[in-house]
Design a protein around this ligand. Structure first.
Ligand SMILES: [Zn+2]
Length: 339
């Protein structure tokens, strides 16, 4: 699984990357109660202690006692506090569906919870990457009446349209917020930011980033605050780490917007999300538009950074162990079909 290698300067060597994976339990420590060797598991992206005040409130990503890095770009990894970090998964479900449940689907659901998306809502989602597309599909699943999908990548916009969203190419509109109000007069009921610091495009922010006056960008937030109706909800799940200039604090306050953000608290949404996949109501595998062997990880990172991944979404990297499992499964399936 690939994520952006630089993260706006937050993740640097010698950090080992990797926060989404599935696998088979090889060995368990003495305090593990719910897992045993041989179990198939989804490894969640947030390690939490389970006992501090934050964890007691199910705010697992805010846990003060744990290390967020699991170093999972590897054949083997150590998973601390495994009872709370691993979700046992059935053997019969496609590996890519389970992998999508680790970080992407959980983050998307978290965004919808933060934004309180309800039946009949008009929703705007900034970003049509894997998480943005997942937010859009899950918004529909929650009964949204209409979902606007913002991006500048034509292929990603086509994917959003294929899933039934109304695509908006932000590169065609100088003021995206104004444009949305021109076609959706009442404004958005809920708006979700799923693109983060990478979306800088307006000249003032691009200039301030270039000379180091700001390290994050409020481009999308300006549009979101403009396009959301009075009393509406805004949720931020895209990557932001620093500060930005020209933040529209007045409109945000005067419109009485409810703005929330934060890293996903994945443990909170299980078994509900896994059940959706097992019941066939949700298929996260479509986010993986390319698959490669784990040994090509460096090359795939370069392609991902340059937006050259076929299908423009996620790459599924399969270890040699994973490949043996896949072969075993397809062998079993052929045998079942032949019998
Ligand atoms: Zn905790």
């Amino acid at each position: 699984m690939l994520s952006h290698p630089t993260m706006n300067g937050i993740c640097c060597p010698p950090n080992i990357l990797g926060q989404e994976a599935i696998g088979i339990v090889e060995e368990v420590g003495p305090k593990v109660r719910t897992l045993k060797a041989g179990d198939r598991v989804i490894i969640l992206p947030v390690i939490a202690c389970g006992s501090c005040d934050y964890c007691q409130r199910e705010e697992y990503s805010l846990c003060g006692n744990t290390n967020p890095s699991k170093e999972m770009k590897a054949e083997y990894c150590r998973v601390p506090n495994a009872d709370l970090t691993c979700i046992r998964a059935p053997r019969g479900v496609d590996a890519r569906k389970l992998l999508g449940l680790s970080n992407v689907i959980t983050t998307a659901w978290h965004a919808l919870e933060l934004a309180e998306v309800q039946e009949g809502d008009v929703v705007g989602v900034w970003g049509c990457g894997p998480i943005g597309l997942a937010v859009q599909q899950l918004a529909m699943l929650r009964g949204a009446k209409k979902v606007y999908a913002m991006d500048r990548d034509s292929q990603r916009l086509r994917s959003a349209e294929d899933f039934g969203m109304t695509p908006v190419d932000v590169s065609l509109h100088q003021e995206v917020g104004e444009y949305l109000l021109s076609i959706q007069e009442e404004g958005l009921d809920r708006a979700i930011e799923a693109s983060g610091f990478r979306s800088v495009q307006k000249p003032p922010h691009a200039a301030m980033r270039a000379i180091g006056l700001e390290r994050d960008s409020g481009d999308t937030l300006e549009d979101i605050i403009k396009a959301t109706r009075k009393g509406g909800n805004v949720a931020l799940v895209g990557d932001f780490f620093f500060t930005t200039h020209d933040f529209p604090i007045g409109p945000m306050m005067q419109k009485a917007l409810r703005v929330r953000g934060g890293q996903v608290c994945p443990q909170k949404y299980y078994p509900f999300l896994l059940d959706l996949v097992v019941q066939g109501k949700l298929d996260p595998s479509s986010m993986f538009t390319y698959e490669d062997v784990f040994e090509n990880i460096a090359e795939e990172y370069h392609k991902f950074t340059r937006h050259e991944v076929p299908g423009r979404l996620k790459v599924c990297l399969v270890t040699s162990f994973g490949r043996r499992e896949q072969n075993q499964e397809s062998g079993d399936m052929n045998a079942a079909q032949e019998s």
